[in-house]
Design a protein around this ligand. Structure first.
Ligand SMILES: NC(=O)C1=CN([C@@H]2O[C@H](COP(=O)(O)OP(=O)(O)OC[C@H]3O[C@@H](n4cnc5c(N)ncnc54)[C@H](O)[C@@H]3O)[C@@H](O)[C@H]2O)C=CC1
Ligand SMILES: CC(=O)C(=O)O
Ligand SMILES: [Mg+2]
Length: 623
């Protein structure tokens, strides 16, 4: 043994000197193991390996290695060769060079994202301090619009995994895989299947970026402890043909699972995460509409979960619509008189119409007549035009809002009428876009809105990211003048209207609600997230804005106030959970004590439980 070792070390010395012939000969005969091929004995597992630059090989770990080392789920599912890893890295470098040479480009926001991401990997406390202290500057980088660009370029940007990946190949394994995640406590999961990322379509496994971005806001706005958040990608394949052919794609290269097979994967994931973390809250994000509604109905009575695109967006839209009523100098109770044209009948559009019509109906007495009256205030236009009862194959989620045959004649409208026709005939108070079609609110549509019956017509161009906005604030203000209310899903600058006047550009994005919904649910210990809790959140956001602000056309707070508004939204959610007898308490605060808290005390309780980025005292303790 000793002489073999001596022989290897002699060979190695020779090889360093350039005379390794004898050693190579021995290797070829199978007598010795090359130094680099010797097994390495590791005293760590799971994410500790991924954080160790000496042992980490990222996506290069084979499936058996992933199982042996407790890595299953901690990496994107596609196992790639070291050459592919190098190709991916070089492609990213070349893209940067090309951008630098050819500009203008998206390089600048992507470079900012890279810098922030590196800080995130190095020092979470400092990362969140930087994010919170400069939220106005950095939210558009970690969130919309840049997060969309990040997802589109994810294979090049990918450095270190963040979050968990559950793939169709992991069926039967999820219950054990969840234990590969290093944290014993997880409060908040944001999960996506990557099928509709912002308005960018199916980005497959690269959609994990949106879950990471949303959780950044959970930490920054709601003060959820960053050690207790978990971004999740469920990879059931992709129908994006480009990704299916891309050798550098990080996900499963097969078409998406459908039907019962798909549902079985999501069921297994839900059972697994709730088995390990029974109190976790799961936010569903950017699932294509057909699954968004079905999964929400499937889980909302059993688990503490909600769908941000359906329910968060609805609440934010309602708050903005109520602001638009107030901006006209009318009481909020006049909301049921507003005529609203919605472009887009997906998860977001139908979610808004559902919740907004329920708000109207409540104001009108909450009976059948009230619901019918509320319904008749909405006109929904999708890719095939106005949705009416006459449509064949009507989407069941849109059916309740299809215009009735009896209404069509006297309005001079018919099935499939174009958006411009609808705006001309209806003369709506509001046009609201959740279509993912940039520029849909064309010059003609905006011109037609000049005949709106409102003194202050409202334009909500809510699609993301920026290029998908139905119109820009410049377009809206230049055609319709200074009186309008304008909101967009991604941020735009205010518009200089001359004479020292500014056209205010609001950001109407579910970021004003989802962090507070999650935090309020956590701190109330509510078993489920009820419609009442969501309504309370929306009403709190609406009433947060002062009369002076709404009269100036400011219907949403600036993002610099997001931590404060989130605290208030969370307190409203806690109060409602208590009122509905859903609250079970959190830590030392049991349900009975929660119910005794005044509004002010509830707000204090929320504030006390928000994490802030300060370095804690660290104490060393031997195992
Ligand atoms: N601002 C915010 O907080 C939020 C914005 N969104 C945005 O909403 C958009 C839509 O999301 P989903 O509803 O989930 O997508 P989706 O793809 O399910 O729905 C899009 C809808 O737009 C319709 N549409 C397509 N072309 C149209 C046209 N020319 N005219 C009228 N309608 C047309 C489609 O028929 C479909 O009904 C995305 O861009 C997303 O980023 C979604 C959630 C929140
Ligand atoms: C904001 C958001 O959730 C979306 O665009 O999908
Ligand atoms: Mg979304």
């Amino acid at each position: 043994m000793a002489s073999a070792a001596a022989s290897i070390s002699r060979s190695l010395r020779r090889s360093r000197r350039g005379g390794g012939g004898h050693h190579l000969l021995l290797l070829a005969r199978g007598f010795v193991t090359a130094e680099c091929h010797r097994p390495v004995v590791l005293h760590k597992r799971g994410s500790d390996i991924l954080h160790d630059p000496w042992f980490n090989r990222g996506t290069g770990f084979s499936m058996t290695e992933r199982d042996r080392l407790g890595l299953r789920g901690l990496l994107p599912p596609n196992v790639v060769s070291s050459q592919q890893q190098i190709d991916r890295f070089m492609l990213d470098m070349k893209r940067l060079q090309k951008y630098a040479r050819d500009g203008p480009s998206d390089t600048y926001p992507l470079a900012k994202w890279r810098i922030l991401n590196r800080l995130h990997d190095r020092n979470e406390t400092m990362y969140y301090k930087v994010l919170i202290d400069n939220i106005e500057e950095h939210a558009p980088i970690v969130y919309t619009p840049t997060v969309g660009l990040v997802c589109q370029n994810y294979s090049g940007l990918f450095r270190r995994p963040r979050g968990m990946y559950f793939s169709a190949e992991d069926r039967g394994e999820m219950m054990s895989m969840v234990y590969n995640w290093p944290a014993d406590q997880v409060d908040m999961i944001v999960v996506t299947d990557g099928s509709r990322i912002l308005g960018l379509g199916d980005l497959g496994v690269h959609g994990i970026g949106i879950a990471i971005g949303k959780l950044d806001l959970y930490v920054a706005a709601a003060g959820i402890n960053p050690q207790r958040v978990l971004p999740v990608m469920i990879d059931v394949g992709t129908n994006n043909e480009k990704l299916l052919k891309d050798p550098l794609y990080l996900g499963l290269q097969e078409h998406r699972l459908e039907g019962e097979e798909y549902v079985a994967v999501i069921d297994e994931f839900m059972e697994a995460v709730y088995a390990r973390w029974p109190n976790v809250i799961v936010q569903f994000e950017d699932f294509q509409s057909k699954w968004a509604f079905r999964l929400l109905q499937r889980y909302r009575k059993t688990y503490r979960m909600f769908n941000d695109d359906v329910q968060g967006t609805a609440g934010v839209a309602i708050a903005g619509l109520l602001g638009a009523v107030r901006a006209q100098g009318r009481p909020m109770l006049d909301f049921p008189k507003q005529k609203i044209v919605v472009a887009g009948a997906g998860s977001a559009g139908i979610g808004v119409v559902n919740a907004a019509s329920r708000t109207m109906a409540r104001m009108l007495g909450n009976n059948e007549v009230a619901f019918e009256s509320a319904r008749s205030q909405f006109w929904i236009v999708d890719a095939h035009g106005l949705i009416t009862e006459e449509r064949t194959n009507i989407d069941p989620d849109a059916r309740p809002f299809a215009r009735r045959k009896s209404e069509l004649g006297h309005q001079g409208l018919s099935e499939g009428a174009s958006l411009i026709e609808v705006v001309k005939k209806v003369k709506p108070d509001v046009i609201l876009g959740l279509s993912a079609v940039g520029g849909l609110f064309s010059k003609e549509v905006l011109e037609a809105l000049k005949d709106s019956s409102s003194s202050r017509p409202a334009i909500f161009a809510m699609s993301n990211p920026t290029k998908n906005a139905e119109c820009t604030p410049e377009e809206a203000f230049s055609i319709l003048g200074e009186k309008i209310i304008f909101a967009s899903g991604s941020p735009f600058n205010d518009v200089d209207l001359g004479d020292g006047k500014l056209g205010h550009s609001n950001q109407g994005n579910n970021m004003y609600l989802f962090p507070g919904i999650g935090l309020g649910t956590l701190l109330s210990g509510a078993r489920v997230i009820s419609d009442g809790m969501l309504q309370a959140a929306a009403e709190r956001l609406a009433s947060y804005m002062k009369d002076e602000e709404v009269h100036q056309g400011i219907v949403y707070p600036p993002i610099s106030r997001i931590r404060d508004i989130t605290k208030e939204v969370a307190a409203a959610v806690v109060k409602e959970a208590v009122a509905e007898d859903l609250a079970e308490g959190y830590r030392d605060m049991d349900a009975r004590e929660l119910s005794r808290l005044s509004e002010e005390e509830t707000m204090d309780y929320v504030k006390q439980n928000m994490w802030t980025p300060v370095y804690p005292t660290i104490v060393y303790k031997k195992d």
